[in-house]
Ligand binder design. Structure first.
Ligand code: ZN
Length: 318
């Protein structure tokens, strides 16, 4: 059976920035005085250590570009614009052992949200490159769909430039274009390679995104099981053919409802390393057809064709 081996770092870095006018000097003080939440003790215990560093930065000295931060969804565009134009930032950096995840990243994001609430600022995740608006309450349970992955749909029909037929109306549309390329930006902070899927026709963009999300969740589940065994080496080897199911998709969304279906039918993907930090997702080797035939066929669980966000467990508002 074909396998893939990739290096697993001992530590990873998560960074968040809060754009706000007049960043307060006493950022730790803001966190100590913030309302007690599930991460209060985690934050207090890490403050000042490499696992939770707070810095004040301004546009004159930045080593990252606020102009690169984007909105993952259209309703975040005003917040992204404000962030792009800002000049003062509180930056939260968490440099933590891989075995401290996801708690380390969650504590850092909880700290970023707390600073944003106290200052009226706007949070961005510098790993995914997306604004996180408005500041949410970081929930205790880790749910990958809570904007950890940088997963977003591309502009609809390549900003209107793509006129490939709709496969609902014309079978030619199934393979009518190859505009869509999706890549995760966020698995690296858990010590995993990122995933990408390419050559997808516009009508299948959501199905492709959900395949990527499902594969990401499955890799993460297996990764944490592997880490729990206290591996001696720094390399991890996984099968190149991965069986996924509706259960993995539900885990991505954090859905706790019982799914009233027959036992979930698995579907298979193939992973191929492009670099040691990036894997491509394609249909199983046994599939005879294009990636679009596969996405449009009856292989995938039905929910993967229409669910953009989790309907069951939306993140709590602040
Ligand atoms: Zn297209």
């Amino acid at each position: 059976m074909a396998t893939i081996t990739f290096p697993v770092p001992a530590t990873t870095t998560s960074r968040f920035a809060v754009a706000t006018d007049g960043v307060p000097h006493d950022l730790p003080g803001i966190l100590r005085e913030a309302a007690a939440g599930p991460f209060h003790a985690h934050i207090a215990g890490r403050l000042g250590s490499p696992q939770l560093q707070l810095t004040r930065e301004s546009s004159a000295t930045l080593r990252w570009d606020p102009g690169e931060i984007r909105a993952a969804v259209p309703e975040d565009r005003p917040a992204a614009q404000t962030f792009n134009d800002a000049s003062d930032f509180a930056v939260i950096t968490a440099f933590a052992p891989i075995t401290d995840q996801p708690r380390g990243a969650q504590a850092a994001r909880a700290a970023a949200y707390a600073i944003a609430r106290a200052t009226g600022g706007i949070v961005a995740d510098l790993v995914t490159g997306h604004v996180l608006a408005p500041p949410a309450a970081e929930r205790t349970r880790f749910v990958l769909a809570d904007r950890w992955l940088g997963d977003a749909l591309p502009p609809f029909r390549a900003n209107g430039r793509c006129t490939a037929a709709d496969p609902e109306l014309d079978p030619e549309g199934v393979n009518g274009c190859a505009c869509v390329r999706l890549r995760t930006r966020g698995l690296r902070r858990f010590g995993l390679p990122e995933l990408q899927i390419t050559d997808v026709a516009c009508p299948h963009d959501l199905a492709a995104l959900n395949v990527l999300r499902t594969a990401a969740r499955r890799l993460l589940t297996d990764h944490w099981s592997w880490l729990a065994t206290g591996p001696a080496g720094r390399d991890r080897t996984i099968p190149a053919e991965l069986d996924l199911s509706q259960r993995d998709f539900n885990d991505f969304l954090g859905t706790t409802r019982r799914v009233p279906l027959a036992p979930p039918a698995p579907f298979q993907i193939t992973l191929t390393p492009l670099t040691s930090r990036l894997l491509t997702v394609t249909p199983p080797a046994t599939f005879d057809g294009t990636i679009n035939d596969w996405l449009w066929g009856d292989t995938l669980p039905l929910g993967m064709y229409d669910i953009l966000k989790s309907p069951a467990d939306p993140p709590q508002a602040a």
